[in-house]
Design a binder for this molecule. Structure first.
Ligand SMILES: Nc1ncnc2c1ncn2[C@@H]1O[C@H](COP(=O)(O)OP(=O)(O)O)[C@@H](O)[C@H]1O
Ligand SMILES: [Mg+2]
Length: 292
């Protein structure tokens, strides 16, 4: 069932800071009722249905969690259109990683569905998703440390060994260092280099969609910038990207569209630029720390 468009993410029991009107009656909204901002409106179920039309990948009313009886995703809506770079930001524990895992079939979806090119892929096996063109780079443990860079790339292409040369050329075009250091064991690389290996490995499979979980985490500011630039380049090469980021401001700067996830629901969505300038989003999620 869809909820009223003015519903608050989560269980609806706590109004967002700044809203003084308790609008939980069945009366039509009076002039005093709070008007949703464009980013809040776009995040409503009704608008999602309209905006997600024809999306490459979409999630509808996803409910998922780890422990029986505890839902982490609470009717989460999401969509990615062909060619987009979409950022997902939100507080720690909001369910960002959980959403990526649910999209990639890594945790059981309790209700709702995930579709790729309008085909139901809810809870599909990883190899099915990879063959369908979905690549996932988890935040941690995303390389084989005892294998060389080249061997890591081969692991990415185990389903189609003949394509190796062609894909390796593409990957080293984006990450030249992976070609230069191909005989080096991934375990001896720095955090930034490992991140390149992980992204390169996913790109070997020629994905049409790439899911990235905090690709800039743990890197120096210079390397973080490097990652964002590479993401743009990968996107420009035709790969649609979903990027979860803790570096919210930088993420919104480079993405076409962003989502603010809160308590397992999509609270705001708009262009990256608009979200970055949205007073509510600044107050609640970007804060003073992120202004630097
Ligand atoms: N493997 C797990 N088992 C149980 N709970 C988990 C697990 N992973 C995450 N959680 C819980 O799910 C919630 C959302 O986590 P997560 O999706 O990782 O948040 P985010 O990526 O937005 O920081 C948190 O409350 C977290 O404690
Ligand atoms: Mg996370």
């Amino acid at each position: 069932m869809s909820t009223p468009s003015a519903a608050i993410p989560g269980d609806g029991s706590t109004p967002p800071p700044g809203s003084t009107e308790a609008d939980d009656g069945l009366e039509p909204a009076g002039p005093a009722a709070r008007v949703l901002t464009p980013a809040e409106l776009a995040a409503t179920r009704e608008q999602h249905e309209i905006l997600a039309e024809g999306a490459l990948l979409r999630a509808d009313q996803l409910v998922a969690g780890y422990v029986a009886g505890v839902n982490i995703l609470n009717s989460c809506d999401f969509y990615l259109k062909q060619g987009e770079l979409v950022g997902i930001i939100g507080p720690n524990g909001a369910g960002k990683s959980t959403l990526l895992k649910a999209l990639f079939g890594l945790i059981p979806v309790r209700s709702g569905k995930v579709t790729l090119r309008e085909e139901d892929i809810t809870s599909a096996a990883a190899h099915v998703l990879v063959s369908a063109g979905v690549g996932f780079v988890p935040q941690n443990n995303n390389v084989f440390p005892s294998l060389t860079i080249e061997e890591n790339m081969q692991m990415g292409l185990y389903l189609r060994p003949k394509k190796f040369t062609e894909r390796f050329e593409f990957v080293t075009g984006i990450f030249p260092l992976l070609g230069q250091r191909k005989r080096v064991k991934a375990g001896s690389l720095s955090g930034g280099e490992r991140q390149m290996v992980a992204m390169g490995r996913a790109l070997m499979m020629e994905p049409s969609v790439l899911l990235l979980d905090e690709p800039s985490a743990g890197l120096s500011p210079v390397l973080q910038d490097e990652v964002f630039i590479r993401c743009r380049r990968i996107n420009a090469a035709g790969v649609s990207i979903i990027m979860v980021e803790q570096n919210a401001r930088r993420c919104l700067q480079i993405c076409d569209r962003g989502y603010v996830l809160d308590q397992g629901r999509n609270a705001y969505t708009d262009t990256g630029q608009s979200l970055m300038n949205d007073p509510k989003v600044i107050e609640l999620y970007l804060g003073t720390l992120a202004k630097a």
